[in-house]
Design a protein around this ligand. Structure first.
Ligand code: PSU
Ligand code: MN
Length: 307
């Protein structure tokens, strides 16, 4: 491990003894949700993972150190800080080399988790192919990372502000198995359904753990995307959601929002347009994903000790 990567004592002990660990990203904290819901959610997610018998490892770069597992005080500081960089694959080494502070996206969290020896990771929704990508070329680095880095990412599907059919196409091209959990339909983040049939369906954490270990036998294999639908009581149906998404995207383009600012801008506009309901849905789905990720990590650990 390079000296700039430092696990917390709890995560280090779990990794050394081979106990189940779940990685968590931090862009959702700094760029995805407003204070104080962001820190409350980050704590709720860590609690759920512990309840399931795994150790949470929230990942971020703090003053140039890639930290695997944050203390409660670090989490709170990060959640309130301003000017935190949003670190994807292109930015991670830059932030470390320049001794900066930044939160990690799905792509950078996968890189960090893999470097630390963690193979299961929970987030809200992955980035993907943006609507209009045929002219903007805006395709999230999350997709390439899923194609190359062997980490199982548990999300509520691609964020529905994206072009979901194109996102699925790119995932297929990159060789990423997409597994809907307990459903035939690909979930769409705030909504349980996207109208698209998911490539695969699995119904138990044990089967997902077996897929991870089977895939690990092939050299150069990349990640796995598990798409876990938002709990029914928290979902916003896609018909209603699409109106808000269209309105938010129109505002984003009218205001010239580009590149890595698009996703945070659109998420915050949707929060306004739904009177905060989208945030409650986002919180519910992240907690739900953390629970499933922990169950997968525990199932993988149980299978490994059975030999
Ligand atoms: N999930 C959420 N909220 C978020 C994100 C995920 O519920 O804000 C973040 C993740 O870090 C993901 C990023 O990698 O959004 C995608 O950003 P972009 O579209 O710029 O690649
Ligand atoms: Mn982008």
């Amino acid at each position: 491990m390079i000296e700039e990567i430092i696990p917390s004592p709890e995560v280090e002990e779990a990794l050394v003894t081979g106990r189940p660990v779940v990685a968590l990203e931090s862009t959702i904290i700094t760029h995805g949700m407003p204070w104080p819901k962001n820190v409350e959610t980050a704590r709720a997610v860590e609690t759920v993972i512990r309840e399931e018998g795994a150790v949470p490892a929230t990942i971020a770069v703090i003053d140039g150190i890639l930290r695997i597992g944050l203390s409660s005080a670090d989490l709170e500081d990060l959640a309130q800080a301003s000017g935190v960089m949003k670190l994807s694959r292109a930015d991670l080494a830059f932030a470390i080399a320049q001794r900066r502070t930044g939160s990690t996206t799905v792509a950078a969290t996968m890189m960090a988790a893999h470097a630390a020896g963690i193979s299961v990771f929970a987030t809200g929704g992955i980035g993907g192919v943006h609507r209009g990508a045929e002219t903007s070329f805006d395709i999230s680095a999350d997709l390439d990372e899923l194609g190359r880095t062997p980490v199982c990412v548990v999300a509520a599907g691609p964020k529905a502000l994206l072009d979901i059919p194109k996102t699925l196409e790119v995932l297929e091209t990159r060789g990423v198995p997409v597994i809907a959990y307990g459903t035939d339909e690909l979930p769409a983040f705030w909504s349980r359904g996207s109208g698209l049939v998911a490539p695969y369906r699995l119904d138990t954490a044990q089967e997902i753990a077996r897929l991870i270990s089977t895939r690990a036998r092939f050299a150069g294999h990349g990640g796995i995307l598990v798409a876990n639908p938002v709990p029914e009581e928290a979902e916003i149906p896609s018909g209603e959601m699409n109106r808000h998404i269209e309105a938010a995207l129109t505002q984003a383009s009218a205001n010239g929002i580009r590149g890595k600012d698009v996703t945070p801008y659109v998420l915050s506009k949707i929060l306004e347009l739904t009177d905060g309901r989208s945030l409650e849905t986002n919180i519910a789905l992240v907690v739900n994903n953390a629970r499933l990720a922990a169950r997968i990590a525990v199932a993988a650990w149980a299978a490994s000790i059975e030999g």
